[in-house]
Design a protein around this ligand. Structure first.
Ligand code: GDP
Ligand code: ADP
Length: 182
């Protein structure tokens, strides 16, 4: 949790990184723009693209579907440009199978109580959504050992610094996707 905040800061510090815009069936929040924040799709359109094999990975989260379209990745990976995915655990597991060269970083909250305060502070989720997200976060935390890297999102500047170091180390090792989960 804190992926969006960390990624925005990361993209400023490492400008050659390109963010894959995800598709989702959830409704846009105030201030979100179609095809910038997400490709907002109807349930039927999302399903059509699933059937057509249009997704690298997709998952259900909080009753909505989220996925990475192949069109967001293929050209970039072919031409060796580094791409960042901001996805949850089930999607990260799929990417581990289909893009084994991807560098996977698990973003962990310092504590679940801190996470609760941040979620309430963000003001975008109903009390039921906050509870559901906390439960999901607890489940995801149990899987952090699956990841090559874990960054604890404590003080923002420090967490971004650690994330940047991981990305730079791997960029110099060769082109590959970077996946941020949880
Ligand atoms: N598997 C997968 N998860 C995604 C994708 N895009 C976003 N997510 C994840 O879906 C969850 C919910 O996203 P969202 O509704 O935007 O909430 P927020 O990230 O908590 O602001 C988050 O954990 C996202 O990282 C995607 O393309 N694939
Ligand atoms: N290191 C941090 N310190 C304090 N607040 C943070 C930090 N990281 C994220 N937040 C806040 O927590 C909330 C959730 O973060 P966000 O980036 O939207 O998470 P995600 O994209 O994983 O859902 C936001 O209100 C954000 O401003």
């Amino acid at each position: 949790m804190g992926k969006g905040t960390l990624i925005r800061a990361l993209l400023e510090r490492v400008p050659e990184l390109e963010l894959a815009v995800s598709a989702t069936t959830r409704r846009p929040r105030a201030g979100e723009t179609q095809d910038v924040d997400y490709h907002f799709l109807s349930d039927a359109e999302f399903e059509r693209r699933v059937q057509a094999g249009g997704f690298v990975e997709w998952a259900e989260y909080s009753g909505r579907r989220y996925g990475t379209l192949r069109s967001e990745l293929d050209d970039r990976l072919r031409s060796g440009r580094p791409v960042v995915l901001e996805i949850e655990l089930q999607g990260a597991r799929q990417v581990r199978q289909t893009v084994p060269a991807a560098v996977q970083v698990f973003i962990a909250p310092p504590t679940l109580e801190t996470l609760r305060l941040r979620l309430v502070g963000r003001g975008t989720d109903s009390p039921e959504d906050v509870e559901r997200r906390l439960q999901t976060a607890a489940d995801e935390l149990a899987a952090q050992e699956e990841f090559a890297y874990v960054v604890v999102n404590d003080r923002l500047e420090e967490a971004v610094g650690r994330l940047e170091a991981i990305v730079r180390e791997n960029l110099s090792a060769g082109p590959a996707g970077t996946t941020l989960s949880s």
